[in-house]
Design a protein around this ligand. Sequence first.
Ligand SMILES: NC(=O)c1ccc[n+]([C@@H]2O[C@H](COP(=O)([O-])OP(=O)(O)OC[C@H]3O[C@@H](n4cnc5c(N)ncnc54)[C@H](O)[C@@H]3O)[C@@H](O)[C@H]2O)c1
Length: 255
Amino acid sequence: MGKLQDKVAIVTGAGSGMGLAIATAYAHEGAKVVLADINAETLNKVEKAITEAGDTATSVTADMSKEDDIKNLVKEAVDTYGSLDILVNNAGIMDNFKTVGNVSDDLWNKVIAINLTGPFLASREAINVMKDQEHGGVIINNASVGGLFGARGGAAYAASKHGLLGLTKNIAATYGTFGNIRANAIAPGSVATNIGNSITDPDPLGGQAIAATGANDSPMGQPEQIAAVAVFLGSEDSNFVNGDVIKADGGWTAR
Ligand SMILES: NC(=O)c1ccc[n+]([C@@H]2O[C@H](COP(=O)([O-])OP(=O)(O)OC[C@H]3O[C@@H](n4cnc5c(N)ncnc54)[C@H](O)[C@@H]3O)[C@@H](O)[C@H]2O)c1
């Protein structure tokens, strides 16, 4: 019996990095995983790897900044597996460390749309399913230490991840306190994924501020180490944990 046996879980951004590791770990723990990503090619590879290992997964191509895609994703999960027990809002992008003075409207709007509005829309859809289930459900938001401190990304990234933690706590305080839906967040530090490839035009001042936190010397985690936290938060082992944020940064921000 896995820790997530027969749970139906959506994992967004499942084509790479932490989403891939979380989806793989969830499937390994017995969950039926609905993989979502904007990149259909990587998504199909992940689905193939999981099902070839004998575990259960299906995939839905979705842009998590588009409400229609999000509605379709949740509908597909329920139509395919009959319920929705866990939503992992993991998909996210960085912002080249752009400071307030240098961030364009387009970049700001894109980062907020994917990192914050997407999780809000997905949570709304998921809660509409979970609130009618006797056993409720679990929402896990993959935030960042950038949601707790000012200089772990640019202005849009910091704002989106701080907002994501606020959203997490609000869901916990309402649907957790007066319902049966838990919501928690993970705040990873530096993790070895593909997200670094998007830093193609780093803002000099933003980069300087991040370097001043010791980022270049921060412990480097592996996606599987974050997936282990996501398994804990998705499972009954954490059934008294609600509205919390678990930092997983190898001690970087404890310095
Ligand atoms: N890697 C780190 O050091 C780090 C640290 C803290 C937090 N995070 C957060 O972890 C999450 C996962 O990032 P990662 O490091 O694994 O990155 P990654 O780039 O390896 O994977 C992100 C995945 O999200 C997908 N994605 C991007 N935009 C999307 C969209 N609009 N709709 C659907 N899918 C989309 C990408 O295609 C990709 O498969 C992000 O929210 C990120 O902000 C990362």
